[in-house]
Ligand binder design. Sequence first.
Ligand SMILES: *Cc1c(COP(=O)(O)O)cnc(C)c1O
Length: 446
Amino acid sequence: MNLKDLDRKYVWHPYTQMKDWRNFDVRVIEKAKGSWLIDSEGKKFLDGVASMWCNTWGHTRKEIVNVMIEQVKKLQHSTLFGLANEPSILLAQMLVREARGMSKVFYSDNGSTAVEVALKIAMQYWRNVGKSHKTKFVALENGYHGDTIGAMSVGYIPNFFANYKKMLFAVERAPSPYLYRRPKSMSKDDFVSHCIDSMEKLLKNHDDIAAVVMESGAQLAGGAIIYPDGYQKEIKKLCERYDTLFILDEVATGFGRLGSMIEYIEQRSTPDIVAFGKMLTGGYLPLAATLASEEIYNAFLGEFGDYKHLFHGHTFAGNPIACATAIANLQLYRKERLVESIGKKSRVIEKRLREIERMEIVGDVRHKGMLVGIELVSDKRSKKPCKVKNEKINYLIMKESLKRGVFLRPLGHIMLLIPPLAISNKELDLLLDVAAEIIKHIQKKV
Ligand SMILES: *Cc1c(COP(=O)(O)O)cnc(C)c1O
């Protein structure tokens, strides 16, 4: 049996209707270089979603791979339960230097768990300081924080999580600043005020809120919804005013996606706890980190018998290979002035998006840094999500992109362009060409 058939026989893919997968022309990726994935038949595909939003440099970047190899030879894994290791120590120091206002680093191995840890820290913080009635969380509509139970609970993508509702804990919801889908009667400014006022009302009327949890800078899985200027800072101020912790999820936006190294610094909204993942290792290995401020951390100090310490830990926490990879990755950010280079690329994207914006089925184009969301609609006035007869639009986009030598994975009718941050201008042009071609192709079918 060839690999494609073996895949269909044995592998259960994430977020995939496996019935459709049987008929899908599966691509088996064998190796990759730069922005290009290369499959078992030698075909090349531009990695248009940065291997699920985590790739920084493109693939097989020498400086990082060499560090990985050296670390593999020296120490593959040793536990943080009772022991320490050099890469995890040095990485923590680097992270605390970057993430202003944070002073301690708690390691895990994926974004969902980094969020779980943030929730548990917030919950226990209030118990430890004698306010154990503060146990509820407020989160945003359209937020996404991962797929474990706590992360799903604070997340809000009804189609994703409806099946699991009974196992999730209750969360207070504030509206998402999704300007494109605001009520017709409201101006943009009115709507942003409405979102902030709704949050204030929630916090004012509940004295049992442990924390407000939201993505930093933009909601990605919710549809590439970019926050309006000043919004995040206002939410942070409300958390201070109403004695609530502020948890930011920078799993997708940390380390450059929106053109900033740390997005909360850009947004002038320092959280109490922040979660990082995805691009922390440049997308080469699973690693995540939850950072907390000194004040939060100090509340966990006490006598052993008081049980004030954090009851959480993962087998592979602080894995030396992953941490060494992250160090090499972050050093390269500095050496190559990567974040500065995004400004220029972002302007290239902006120019190209103006053509796309005018196309018939394009309802809204959202762009910041190296994040692009193109919302396809059946017509611009009704804003009804675009549908194609007898075909699922996300499969259609995937299929059409692969045909053109690009890999795209949209969110339903929202096309996402989330390339590796170090993608070349030429490759960016190709990505936008293909996006435009696919939209034209769909336009003919609508
Ligand atoms: C991807 C993502 C997560 C979950 O990270 P995993 O590594 O997939 O568990 C959490 N929050 C945000 C904002 C994400 O984009």
